[in-house]
Design a binder for this molecule. Structure first.
Ligand code: SOE
Length: 367
């Protein structure tokens, strides 16, 4: 890592962000919390970049390809529409930069595979924000499963439900297959869900059967070619059976990611909108565990920045993710960092879902 010592501290990581929307704001805030300096922001237009640089507090605006090569940027954060990820990440890796690329890493598994290989080759830190891994109670669930608390894994019941595309007039670039890719609901939020299933359960999904549904063929006067809803049956390596419902049209549900894992001894349930809690299901009496750095598993405790009773949430999880990226950039070992290999995994699962839905068949997924 090179550092410009003229006006920022030695060792300060210099962040460059491409994109000016909601996620760019989240990445900038998380970078600030992690002690980074935001040196440059790029968007698709010079005016947009200047506005975004001002509102995010960057030192300057830039053009995207200039930003990835800039000498005053150590880590490039890519927060642009899905179809642009692969080219920007490729350019950043070629310039020797560390990269944080929003999910989906690419709109095809083939392109994601090339990126994962390029990241390995470059020997840099290349991460994808599967940010829900960074809720302390998710780490608590993962640690309990790893140490055998729930017994043998039997079944998994999970969902990711939103309602922001409920109406025919609701539109977004994600609904445009050219910008968003061939999958929408699954690539956008189902990818988070599958990542969490495999991360928490500690085993891969090995086969799945899916149906997808597009409720409106047109949004914003444009033809829609990707799905609003996906329902998936799956099986994990040890034979656990799972169900996953993914929808951007579930009225009243805003960001309802839920994961419930059933073992031969106990169950565990986490709900993203109630991130301070982990439900421990037991036939002899269930418990609602509250986040508490005094009692948690070490990996859950390390992500807690405030004492029990001071609610932590999405923004804290994102800050913890970015802090781990920067620790990895400094050469430290961090457990559970989602990398381009995990981005590739999500792309493979997304293609398996589309293929199964198209063929109306179970599809094998290589671990
Ligand atoms: C929109 O569906 C969105 O912002 C996703 O893109 C994010 O990944 C998810 O965390 C929340 O919903």
């Amino acid at each position: 890592m090179t550092t410009d010592v003229t006006d920022i501290g030695v060792g300060t990581i210099r962040q460059g962000i491409i994109g000016g929307g909601f996620m760019a704001r989240v990445h900038a805030g998380a970078g600030r919390t992690a002690g980074a300096a935001l040196t440059a922001v790029a968007t698709s237009t010079a005016d947009g970049a200047a506005r975004a640089a001002h509102s995010l507090g960057a030192r300057r605006s830039a053009e995207a390809l200039a930003l990835v090569a800039a000498g005053d940027v150590d880590v490039v954060h890519i927060c642009t529409p899905n179809a642009t990820h692969a080219a920007l990440a490729t350019a950043a890796l070629a310039a020797g930069k560390h990269v944080v690329c929003e999910k989906p890493l690419a709109t095809t598994a083939a392109a994601a595979r090339v990126l994962a290989a390029a990241a390995d080759e470059a020997g840099v830190v290349a991460a994808v924000p599967f940010v829900y891994r960074y809720h302390p109670m998710v780490r608590e669930a993962r640690a309990r499963i790893a140490r055998g608390d729930i017994g043998a894994l039997l079944s998994i019941d999970c969902a990711y439900l939103q309602d922001w595309l409920l109406q025919p007039g609701d539109d977004d670039w994600r609904a445009d297959a050219d910008a968003g890719g061939p999958s929408r609901a699954f690539a956008d939020i189902g990818s988070h869900l599958c990542d969490l299933v495999e991360f928490v359960a500690g085993e891969p999904i090995v086969r799945l059967a899916a149906r997808t549904r597009r409720v409106f063929d047109e949004r914003g006067g444009r033809a829609v070619a990707n799905e609003d809803i996906a329902a998936v049956l799956f099986e994990t390596a040890s034979g656990a059976l799972g169900t996953a419902l993914v929808s951007q049209m579930a009225a009243g549900r805003k960001n309802a990611l839920t994961l419930e894992v059933h073992g031969s001894a106990r169950s565990l349930a986490f709900a993203q909108e109630r991130p301070e809690e982990l439900w421990v299901g037991d036939r002899a009496g269930s418990q609602l565990l509250l986040r508490d750095p005094a009692t948690g598993a070490p990996d859950a405790v390390r992500l807690q920045t405030v004492p029990a009773g001071h609610p932590m949430g999405y923004v804290d999880a994102f800050a913890a993710f970015v802090a781990d990226v920067y620790s990895a950039v400094r050469g430290e070992d961090v457990d559970g960092l989602p990398t381009f290999a995990d981005g590739l995994r999500a792309a493979v699962l997304t293609e398996a879902v589309l293929e199964s839905a198209r063929m109306r068949e179970w599809v094998e997924v290589a671990p």
